[in-house]
Every structure is written in C-alpha cells, then in structure tokens.
Design a protein around this ligand. Structure first.
Ligand code: SAM
Length: 283
C-alpha cells in the first residue's frame, strides 16, 4: 500500500456537514465512506480509475470514497452547480488528495443556484480524456434539452476505452399515446422541473446512438420506478445496445430530501403560474 493511502486510512478525510448532505441525498456517514479501500464501483476495471470525471459531484460523496480507495485516482475532476458544495470540497478534500479538482459550473437551478447564468456549460476537460465518467443521480434532474447537451458532452470527453456509469429514471413512452414525437421526458413538478425527470427508454437508446455511444449494461432499480444504472462506452462497429428490460422490481417508497425553496422562489412562481392559469394564459 502506498504511503499516501496508509495516511488516508489512518486519517480519513473530513465528512461533509449535514446541511450540505441534505441537499444531495444520503445523510448517513457510511454512504460517504470507503473504509476498506475497495474499488468504489467493483464492476469497473481498475485501469479506468486513472482519470475520473464526476458530473454533479455534490458535496464529494463519491470523491471521498475514491480518496480512500487503495488505488487513489491519478486524476479526478468533479463539477457541480452548488457553490457551497464545491467550496467545501475544495477546502476539505483537495488538501488531502492533490490530484482532486472541483469546479463550480454556474448553471441555473431554482433550488440550488437560482442566479446561475446558463443551463448548459461545457465540461472543463478535454476530448477523449476520461476513463471513468460518473453521473450519479444527475441525469435524473436534467430537462430533456439539457440532458441532450450533457449527453453530447459525455460522449466528447469519454476516452475510447472509457466507461460511463450513469443513473436514470425511465419509462416506456408507448404507454403514453398523447406524447408528441419530440417530447420524451416526464416531470413530476411543474414549478421546478429538475426535481425529478423520467426519460423514455427508446429516447435513451437513440441519444446514445446519435452521440456515438453504446449501452453496454443496464441494471434495473431495486424499487420499481427508482434509479436504473446504465453503463455506456464508445460505440464500435456491430456493437448493439444492451436490452433495457421491464421494471419488475417490487413496489416501494423512497423519498429524496425536498430541495430548499431558495428565497421563497417556489411560492412566487406558484403565484405567477396560478394567476396565469386564472387569466387563461396557460392551458
Ligand atoms: C442528487 S445529487 C447527487 C450528488 C452526487 N452525485 C452523489 O451521488 O452524492 C445531484 C447533484 O447534481 C448537481 N447538478 C444537477 N444538475 C447539474 C448540472 N447541470 N451541472 C452540474 N451539477 C448539477 C446538483 O447540484 C447536485 O449536487
């Protein structure tokens, strides 16, 4: 074991504060921890951990686990739209793992970055440079147009021998006959559509094909309707997409934390849309 990792095992990196954890999902310490130093994604070859990109890294949950890995990545780049989460990661994780960079992307988001300038900001890494691309619980929060943009960014940065691990909510559009050809996502919240976004399975396959990617493995959710794990690699001639099976998981409940209502924006927007509905502007 290297000196660096002996040190990491003796002195684990700090854990993010509860207030930040509440913004991104799991609260328990063990979800941020990797005390045995095993590969964070055991199904991914160890050679892929040389250069890791973590899209929507939050407050460093996966980064912290990677720092504790026996073989710490030689390059890690995490991006997120939440300033406070990135500030925390820079102050607390980069000093214990010098090869770990964190970048704030000034992307507009009602709950987490309402003053953001844009919805689409390219990733701050070069073409074909990433061997392991991670987007954990991120495409589940992107509107269709934005997801298409980041799909093409994923394809741009992924190394020809790289692998992307992503999670999605998926549905079968053939069960929704009223949906237009160009609409492929369902939204559960009309004030903040990024709250949870559910994509058509065929749209996912088409988007992969259009971006020169192939779906090489699909792991259905453990609770029906929850996140699917979908792995992508660069397409090679003759390689077909893995099957996206039916969701036969048992029914259950898994409610994520409610996104904060930054400066009361939700109630303001709610009043505006209610007024528009009353005046007949929206149908
Ligand atoms: C549910 S959290 C998951 C965080 C982290 N991946 C994890 O598993 O702990 C989703 C994260 O994605 C970030 N996010 C959402 N859309 C984003 C975008 N377009 N660019 C960068 N970060 C984004 C959010 O700020 C949030 O931190």
């Amino acid at each position: 074991m290297s000196i660096k990792n002996q040190r990491n095992q003796l002195q684990p990196p700090p854990l993010p504060p509860r207030a930040l954890r509440e913004l991104v999902g799991p609260l328990e310490d063990h979800s941020y921890d990797n005390p045995t130093g095993e590969l964070v994604f055991p199904e991914i070859p160890s050679s892929c951990y040389k250069s890791v990109f973590d899209f929507g890294c939050g407050c460093g949950r996966i980064a912290r686990q990677l720092i504790q890995q026996q073989e710490c990545p030689s390059r890690y780049v995490g991006v997120d739209l939440h300033r406070g989460a990135i500030r925390w990661c820079r102050r607390n994780l980069s000093p214990v793992a010098r090869s770990f960079e964190f970048h704030h992307q000034n992307i507009r988001n009602l709950g987490l970055n309402p003053r953001g300038k844009s919805e689409k900001v390219p990733f701050p890494v070069g073409d074909n440079s990433i061997l392991l691309f991670v987007a954990w619980s991120v495409f589940t929060h992107l509107t269709e147009d934005v997801a298409s943009f980041y799909f093409s960014e994923l394809a741009r940065v992924l190394h020809p021998n790289g692998i992307a691990i992503t999670t999605w909510f998926l549905f079968d559009k053939s069960e929704f006959p009223m949906m237009q050809q160009f609409k492929n996502a369902l939204y559960i919240d009309y004030i903040d559509p990024t709250s949870a976004v559910i994509f058509d399975k065929d749209w996912l396959k088409r988007s992969a094909t259009q971006n020169g990617l192939v779906i090489n493995q699909v792991i259905p959710p453990e609770i029906r309707g929850l996140q699917w794990k979908v792995y992508f690699t660069k397409a090679t001639p003759g390689r077909r997409h893995a099957e996206i099976p039916e969701d036969r998981a048992p029914l259950g409940i898994y409610r994520p934390p409610v996104t904060p209502d930054s400066k009361g924006l939700r109630s303001i927007l709610h009043r505006i849309s209610a007024r528009a509905l009353r005046s007949g502007y929206m149908r």
